[in-house]
Design a binder for this molecule. Structure first.
Ligand code: ZN
Length: 426
């Protein structure tokens, strides 16, 4: 697996689990984390990670305690938060125990249905997004055809509270990364389990493949969690965050960043600006206090994606203000016309000079004229253009901090190289 930095190692749960509060609370590291709260009457599990982490999670919990699992809470329906249930169900069935209550928001059930409807699309999407995990290029990471379905369903914005043993469990619904998010507050333990409402990095608020996410509501969710004055924060991904001040800092800087992106994009929309102008202006004004902050490292999501997310929240797909783009011709046909004005040799020469000047992005745009405009695979200029594009993408992916962006770029380079090999074979 190609993991770009320590932050991503944490994101995949490659750090030691921890026990905290009075020794009755645990963060079991995984993709994603599981919050375990021991009570006199049994266990509450907040999130079950990706299916592949199930055995490891089960083993770690059973090394700590043999108490029965009484409640399972899904922070949201993403595949890395509610699919590692098999070892627990096996244990319950074999022991003849009562099945646990499973709590989720009503939108989680709609999410599972959507995953089943868009099964093949999601398989493809995950292969792109997680390409560097190796398995992504060969087989499906997950499928929602089998799920452990909720028995207690939270509706709308209504909170849900229950007691188990000496603890009370307060569950709240907010929206941020998803529309089915639940976070947990355990007052007796001063503990918040946030799911992916907090992921120890810049929030994954504008994932290029995924449906709409909610920057301003995300800030509201973090401000509500901050108001609890928790001493412990179990994030969806990454190690335990401890201490009232540290937890407060985590929520406040992330909420501020979400409010900043939201405010600045909305302001520019009201000034009559189109997406391109807003995007490039936003890149110029990103404050250093966010850029260099530990809790806003762009290891998974990133600021650039957040600009898209905010704009898309309020705007239709016509985002250029140029009617040429309203009903555009095929990019192949456009490129062919450019090649009538000037030869592919000229374009390649120009792309190379841009590459040599380190203007990589501009070089890509010029190379696309050749790649889109030439149908004949045996054309040597086309092959050279493809090779240069693959080289540029490789370079870009190496310096790209966001795991998602790096995977998109790196996977494209891999596909171009495979195409070149195929052409060379023939
Ligand atoms: Zn997650």
């Amino acid at each position: 697996m190609r993991i770009t930095n320590k932050g991503m190692m944490d994101w995949f749960g490659m750090f030691p689990s921890s026990t905290f509060a009075d020794g009755q609370c645990h963060l079991i590291a995984g993709m994603a984390n599981t919050g375990v709260i021991e009570t006199e009457e049994g266990l509450v599990l907040f999130d079950l990670p990706m299916k592949q982490y199930g055995k490891r999670l089960f083993r770690e919990i059973r090394e700590i305690t043999n108490k029965r699992v009484k409640y399972i809470i899904y922070s949201h329906g993403h595949f890395d938060h509610c699919f590692a249930y098999e070892p627990f169900i096996k244990e319950i069935t074999e022991s003849g125990w009562e099945m646990p209550q499973v709590i989720a928001h009503e939108n989680c059930i709609k999410r599972f249905e959507k995953y089943r409807m868009l099964d093949k699309y999601h398989e493809w999407l995950n292969k792109q997004q997680f390409a560097s995990m190796g398995i992504g290029r060969q087989k499906a990471l997950v499928s929602a055809h089998n799920t452990l379905n909720p028995t207690i369903i939270m509706k709308g914005d209504d909170p849900y509270t229950f007691k188990l043993g000496e603890c009370s469990f307060e569950l709240y619904h907010d929206i941020g990364e998803t529309d089915d998010s639940i976070w947990l507050w355990v007052p007796e333990k001063k503990l918040i389990c946030a799911g992916d409402l907090f992921v120890s990095s810049f929030p994954n608020v504008g994932n290029p493949y995924k449906v709409q996410r909610y920057p301003k509501d995300w800030a509201i969710a973090m401000e509500k969690m901050m108001a609890k004055n928790a001493e412990y924060l179990v994030p969806g991904h990454g190690p335990l965050i401890e201490g009232i001040d540290r937890v407060k800092e985590a929520f406040s800087i992330t909420a501020d960043a979400m409010r900043f992106v939201h405010y600045e994009v909305v302001k520019r929309m009201n000034e009559g600006k189109w997406f391109e102008q807003i995007y490039h202006e936003m890149l110029e004004i990103y404050p250093d206090k966010f850029k260099n902050h530990h809790f806003l490292r762009e290891m998974y999501g990133c600021y650039r994606f957040a600009i898209h997310a905010t704009y898309r929240l309020y705007h239709g797909w016509y985002n250029s203000g140029n009617p040429t783009n309203l009903f555009p011709a095929k990019s192949k046909d456009i490129a062919k016309e450019f090649l009538k004005i000037n030869s592919e040799e000229k374009y390649l020469e120009h792309a190379k000079s841009l590459y040599n000047e380190d203007k990589l992005q501009l070089a890509l745009h010029i190379l696309d004229v050749i790649i889109n405009g030439i149908d004949n695979n045996e054309n040597n200029i086309l092959l050279e253009a493809l090779r240069l594009k693959a080289r540029i993408l490789k370079l870009q992916s190496k310096t790209e901090p966001s795991f998602i962006a790096a995977n998109i770029i790196d996977n494209a380079a891999y596909q171009i190289k495979s195409n070149i090999k195929k052409i060379e074979k023939n």
